[in-house]
Design a protein around this ligand. Structure first.
Ligand code: 16G
Ligand code: MG
Length: 553
């Protein structure tokens, strides 16, 4: 134990906490300006090493700040099944990140290890897979993570290179499942399952000419674009043109481009213009775990028609439901998970399909956890992060149904439905929302259904909505309940929101403290854009009056 203590002290001395700063493991890990994150990433490395020791499995650590500006960076930890680190460890991660000096850091580690019965001293080995995105601070921070990991005796860091966030989560999951886990395995799994799904559309008497073959993808000048360039080499039936790949001269990461920009601004990303009119387009965020689709509106100065996470979710739900309907021998409990940001029209549409819809607070970890409760759990945030989870039992039943149908009724509708479901389970990332796998699944579904982009857009009409953000003295003064749909503190605020909302047809409004920025967010929805704007504005004013703030959009 003496060796462990001195190793920790030495290592921590090289990464002192910057003066006057504090760090918090927010909705998706630690995030801040990349230049001040050395100690935080080093300490996240220690947390990851302990997590691996505790679980007796390989865990992951990824250095990225997703859709944030290029100067930011961040770090988050993936659990052995590829999902986000268990929330019960966040308080320890926070305490460690803010330990004022090497001594208190070492004491925290030793105490935590004791409380959690984590074997220190090298008796048990541990493994952390590492990845980073393309940010300039990534390389130095990766080194900090490696040093944090190796400050726990017996732990090995394995650098998987520059990856999308979902690739790393996928690798951790495969590594622990004992299945192939390299990047080329990931590419092969995506392109093979995509090919299978596309082939299942053949001979279905569909007018496949209605499905435009061309897709233009905005890579946000991040890591997803150049990965897609690799995947597309092994794909037929779809012409993918990747823009904003982050190559020299193509622009800065997430600046005027990327899924977050496109979804919030409802404008085409840079590099897109008049010549793209009528073509189906998609946008990834900087670390490729969010995906939205769009199309330019003619004569509108690059305004777009947006297909957000809600509509991707709806498309996936219809497709899965259609296959299941053909397979009465395969009963499955299908659940759809959304957050309060889901457009009311989307929720109504999905409920009208006869599906169960449940709500969780914002943040992938909450949605993912709920979706695991179903045989097939579909989850999406409106911002484009989501996936489909299949339970182990369902996967094994599907496998046997598929085998049986393939031998007894090859080529039948039922057999094709089973094979389609099998392909979906392989194409969609079971660890976390993945823009690249989601994109290919959308394309394969449109192809199977013979649907044009227009047909997809027309599933339902979004209710007009408005989002505002307000900077307040202390955003934690707002406490919400019921999946963030109601404010419980300060109680007077919810009463005012109710009064304002009641003034509008189809009015809906909620207020929540952001988990990633020092602001309070306001979301309002109503029958017309003017009413949604005015509802959001009046609620923002109430927040302003009650908590003291400046209104920002
Ligand atoms: C993070 C979350 C995302 C959530 C967003 C909310 C992950 C991987 N990402 O980007 O799910 O929608 O934060 O941000 O969990 P906000 O709390 O600032 O509104
Ligand atoms: Mg992201």
């Amino acid at each position: 134990m003496a060796d462990q203590l001195s190793l920790l002290l030495d290592s921590a001395t090289r990464f002192p906490l910057p003066n006057g700063l504090s760090f918090s493991y927010g909705t998706s890990g630690f995030r801040s300006d990349g230049s001040v994150l050395g100690s935080t990433v080093h300490r996240a490395g220690i947390v990851a090493a302990l997590r691996s020791l505790k679980t007796g499995s390989t865990v992951g650590l990824v250095i990225t700040a997703s859709h944030n500006p290029v100067c930011d960076n961040g770090v988050k930890i993936a659990d052995p099944d590829g999902s986000m680190m268990d929330q019960s460890w966040e308080p320890f991660a926070n305490a460690l990140a803010n330990a004022p000096d090497p001594n208190s850091l070492a004491q925290l580690v030793l105490q935590f290890a004791k409380d959690e019965e984590i074997p220190l001293g090298g008796g048990q080995s541990a493994e952390v897979l590492l990845a980073r995105d393309t940010r300039p601070t990534g390389e130095t921070l990766l080194e900090a993570a490696k040093q944090g990991i190796s400050s726990i005796i017996g732990t090995v860091a394995i650098d998987m290179g520059i990856l999308t966030t979902p690739e790393l989560h996928w690798m951790v999951r495969c590594w622990n499942n004992g299945t192939k886990a390299t990047e080329s395995d990931y590419f092969a799994q995506l392109s093979n399952s995509f090919r299978s799904l596309m082939e299942l559309a053949l001979n279905d008497n569909l007018n496949l000419d209605t499905v435009e073959k061309k897709l233009i993808v905005d890579g946000a000048n991040g890591v997803g674009g150049f990965k897609l360039e690799e995947i597309k080499k092994n794909i037929t039936g779809l012409e993918i043109d990747v823009r904003n790949t982050g190559k020299e001269g193509e622009g800065l990461l997430n600046e005027g481009c990327g899924a977050d920009f496109v979804q919030k601004e409802k404008f085409a990303p840079c590099g897109f213009g008049l010549s793209d009119l009528g073509i189906r387009c998609a946008s990834l965020d900087g670390d490729a775990d969010r995906l939205v689709f769009f199309r330019l509106i003619p004569n509108s100065n690059n305004k777009i028609e947006l297909v957000d996470g809600d509509k991707i979710l709806s498309l996936f739900a219809i497709f899965i439901q259609e296959q299941l309907r053909l397979l009465e021998e395969l009963p499955a409990r299908l659940g759809v998970v959304q957050t309060a940001y889901a457009n009311g029209a989307a929720t109504d549409y999905i409920k009208n399909l006869g599906l169960e819809v449940i709500f969780t607070p914002t943040g992938v970890k909450y949605l993912h956890e709920k979706a695991l409760e179903y045989d097939i759990g579909l989850y999406f945030e409106a911002n484009g992060h989501g996936t489909i989870l299949f339970s182990k039992e369902f996967l094994s039943q599907l496998d046997s149904v598929n085998r049986e149908l393939s031998s007894k009724l090859p080529g039948s509708k039922k057999q094709k439905a089973a094979s389609r479901l099998v392909a979906v389970t392989q194409l969609i990332n079971q660890a976390v929302g993945d823009a690249l796998s989601g994109l290919l699944l959308v394309e394969a579904i449109l192809h199977n259904k013979g649907w044009s982009f227009q047909k997809w857009c027309d599933l339902y009409q979004d209710l007009p909505s408005r989002q505002l953000k307000v900077k307040v003295a202390d955003r934690t003064a707002i406490v919400t309940a019921d999946a963030e749909t109601r404010v419980v503190k300060p109680a007077a605020l919810q009463e005012l929101i109710d009064i304002e909302t009641a003034k509008y047809t189809h009015g809906r409004c909620f207020v929540r403290p952001s988990g990633t920025e020092d602001v309070v967010r306001i979301y309002a929805e109503a029958a017309t854009q003017d009413s949604a704007d005015s509802l959001a504005n009046s609620v923002a004013q109430h927040v302003n009056q009650i908590l003291g703030s400046d209104i920002k959009t």
